[in-house]
Design a protein around this ligand. Sequence first.
Ligand code: SF4
Ligand code: SF4
Length: 155
Amino acid sequence: MEKEKIIVNFHFREKLNKVPGGKHHNYCYQCSACVASCPAARFAKKFNPRVILLKALLGMEEDLTGKDSVIWLCTNCYSCYERCPQDVRPIEVIIALKNICVEKGTAPDNLTKLSENIGKTGVSVAVTSAVNRIRQELGLPELKKIPVDELKEII
Ligand code: SF4
Ligand code: SF4
């Protein structure tokens, strides 16, 4: 039986190398230490940081940055960052992949909406008069006004 050929997409790997946090994917030696401490891997069978790194090494662009990519199940807990003996910083590679998704327009719609809200108002969810009223009832201080212009400049 003829074996299936795997062609590494170096073009995508080069692209990933240029995104902050992405270039450490080159150092992964597939030991799985990151998987052992990953809460997302424990609760979602289809999520596995080692497999994400393997796909990055193979340059599997569509799998990693297409619509419905599994990378969005990562909880950003940084356990893998602490565990990895190779200093791959899997979470940072995943964030780099997420940034590529945003550029391509394949990030989940709800997250795109949240980040657009932050860009416009400084908060992910609008602070309505009802929110302020409930805060007052709970004895919480008024929310500080966000310097939106400064924020826009930073973004
Ligand atoms: S990212 Fe690090 S811990 Fe995970 S498989 Fe690769 S070398 Fe091992
Ligand atoms: S940051 Fe993401 S990939 Fe890393 S251990 Fe946490 S959930 Fe898993």
